[in-house]
Design a protein around this ligand. Structure first.
Ligand code: WTA
Length: 630
């Protein structure tokens, strides 16, 4: 199937050379030299990076590889929050801003490293008082406010495993994630703010708990006056931290102890609980944050993701704080109160490093240059992109209009599973619009055919990782079979699930998913999860879902639905089904289009052939249909 993606674009590729001063001043001055050093001795390479961080006791060996299981920093002891907080609070960064938050009404909250350190320890003690112990799972379902990050760090402080669920998920998505992880505590807020409206979160939690026996307590951060009433199981966040001791020593964690679980879409209905561990994840996120964003002491760093996704875990929280950065976050959406809101924030806060998603960039392109032109974006130094391919048009716009032709763009390819950025064009290297770039030093990636051969330039193939890396997932929670699938689908490599092409210089262009995952506005949605939500509606007998290309959102979801006897197709039912999916999975998973059909294309063994539906929808050749029934 990958052959269909042979790319002509490479022939007319364009490139940009950044100002040589970038390279002179960057942490990484010579990509190739560093890459060669890594290849010559991977353990020495990673060991040297790990030494930049603080450990309670050091490792016996950097890595042990027992295909497909890796262990990193064997027997080393650490706590990631010690590296994110204590060591800064105890040195020259004590009074440096660690976190700057802006709300929708212009409110601003700033935490210095010392203040954040204190806040995390209080929260950690509060959680301990609720009976949370090392290894217990805490589910965090919160808006993008400082407490969301504080609770994550507080969990890590005491060795509890956090499972953050994006605040845009609905009841059934939250319920599935709580139950799979057997969360003992849920931390939430009464509301999130979105475009001037308050979005209830606590009421979603209430519904999600109807069938979630593992949950003992719900902690509620009450933002709105008058304070919302609390139920039996619920505890006020402020109450939880009121009379606790100010100090909370960090739990001593083994490098391979679990740090968190984060759910991602898979090709079956149940999401996968990707498991990340303390040591390797810390080293991988610290290393990439520092070197890929070339983070310096005076940078003001803004990653626009939500901590509900891996990007927020690795590049809002752990990586940047381990590197001692000033991290900016906001609850403001890019189009509220007007499409200049983010550019205004860049000017106001003097943002120097800005990391966002192609879907946002394309939305801004649509709104026109006049919005960013109203503001002074001169503070920007480095631009980043993540989540889906940054198409050349969006690259050009980002580079010229936002970056003023001055700022390197790092288009970073990685996944929830990889934990850290894997492929990009390092600062100072020539940039090619449309290409993410090369594997970073520390990563061995390639594009291969089904038989495991490296593809020649311009030919499509599967993107794979050939050697273990420190921040790699260790397993899929309670489902190791699904973990093994990553490593046993193709011979001897990790299969990322993406299709890609390489050019003669080894630059990699990501083409998109090779499986049943749809990336909608940068969020991964599993077709199976949406299908099962649709089928749970009384009118639906069967459903199939595809991704349909969209100029702004990357893809939209289109559903084909067979109705049960006695139900009438029509606009009203379309809205009802959309509402049903919204309630169950959340707004991000709602099909924009629903078409009622009598039949779905299936294989003889009864599997729906989404590929055939998609080809028909887009007027393309469906490819091999020899297994199609009738
Ligand atoms: C896609 C997000 C092209 C890809 C960090 C991957 C990208 C999936 C890029 C993982 C990029 C991520 N260019 N595609 N720079 N970054 N992707 O788990 O399909 O939410 O497999 O992690 O997003 O999405 P996830």
């Amino acid at each position: 199937m990958a052959e269909r993606f042979d790319v002509k674009l490479i022939e007319k590729e364009k490139r940009y050379y950044p100002d040589p001063s970038y390279k002179e001043n960057a942490w990484v001055k010579d990509y190739q030299k560093m890459y060669d050093e890594f290849i010559a001795d991977p353990s020495a390479f990673w060991g040297k990076i790990a030494e930049e961080l603080d450990w309670f006791s050091t490792w016996d060996r950097v890595m042990e590889w027992n295909y497909p299981y890796a262990r990193w920093f064997l027997n080393a002891k650490l706590n990631i929050t010690y590296n994110c907080l204590d060591r800064h609070a105890k040195n020259h960064r004590r009074n440096k801003a660690a976190l700057i938050w802006r709300g929708e009404n212009g409110e601003q909250r700033i935490y210095t490293y010392q203040q954040l350190y204190k806040a995390v320890m209080r929260c950690a003690n509060g959680l301990k008082n609720l009976g949370v112990k090392k290894g217990d799972c805490v589910c965090i379902y919160m808006p993008l406010i400082p407490e969301q990050l504080i609770v994550m760090l507080a969990c890590a402080r005491i060795g509890a495993v956090h499972s953050v669920v994006f605040g845009g998920f609905g009841v059934s998505a939250l319920n599935t994630r709580i139950n799979d992880a057997q969360a003992k505590i849920v931390v939430t807020a009464d509301i999130a703010m979105r475009r001037g409206k308050s979005i209830p979160l606590k009421s979603v939690v209430e519904d999600a708990l109807i069938n979630a026996p593992s949950v003992e307590k719900v902690v509620v951060l009450r933002r709105r006056e008058p304070l919302v009433e609390l139920q039996d199981m619920e505890i006020d966040y402020q109450e939880m931290i009121r009379d606790v001791p100010p100090e909370c020593p960090p739990e001593v964690m083994d490098a391979e102890d679990t740090l968190f679980i984060l759910y991602t879409s898979g090709s079956t209905g149940t999401p996968k609980g990707v498991v990340h561990t303390c040591g390797g994840y810390m080293v991988g996120t610290y290393y990439t944050t520092k070197n890929i964003f070339d983070l310096k002491e005076n940078d003001v760093y803004w990653c626009t993701a939500d901590p509900g996704w891996i990007t927020g875990h690795s590049y809002i929280l752990y990586g940047p704080l381990a590197a001692g950065a000033t991290v900016f976050i906001t609850e403001l959406t890019p189009d509220f109160p007007d499409p200049g809101s983010w550019w205004k924030l860049i000017e106001d806060e003097g943002i120097t490093v800005f990391y966002t998603a192609p879907t946002a960039i394309r939305m801004f392109m649509k709104m026109g240059e006049s919005w960013p032109k109203k503001y002074n974006l001169g503070s920007l130094r480095i631009l980043g992109s993540v989540g889906e391919p940054l198409n050349p048009e969006a690259f050009e716009w980002y580079y010229h209009v936002i970056g003023g032709g001055r700022c390197p763009i790092v288009d970073t390819w990685w996944q929830t599973e990889t934990g850290m950025q894997m492929i990009t064009t390092m600062i100072g290297e020539p940039m090619k619009p449309g290409f993410a770039g090369k594997p970073i030093p520390g990563v061995v990636a390639d594009v291969i055919t089904k038989d495991g051969k490296s593809v020649p330039p311009g030919k499509g193939g599967f993107l794979v990782i050939k050697e273990p890396w420190p921040a790699m997932l260790r397993t899929v929670y309670k489902n190791d079979e699904r973990y093994r699938k990553y490593w046993y689908t193709l011979d001897n490599v990790y299969m990322a699930g993406d299709l890609a092409v390489k050019d003669a210089e080894g630059y990699i262009m990501i083409l998109g998913r090779a499986d049943d995952i749809i990336i909608v506005a940068g969020h991964n949605i599993g077709t199976a999860e949406v299908e099962s939500a649709l089928v749970s509606h009384k009118a639906v007998a069967e459903a199939a879902v595809i991704g349909k290309p969209d100029p702004v959102r990357g893809n939209i979801i289109k559903a084909f639905v067979i109705l049960r006897v006695g139900f009438r197709a029509g606009e009203k039912l379309v809205s009802e089904l959309q509402y049903h999916v919204r309630m169950m999975l959340g707004p991000i998973a709602v099909p924009s289009e629903i078409e009622f059909v009598d039949k779905l294309p299936k294989t003889r063994s009864g599997k729906i052939m989404r590929r055939v539906l998609k080809a028909k929808e887009l007027g393309m050749d469906p490819g091999d249909i020899s297994t199609l029934e009738e």
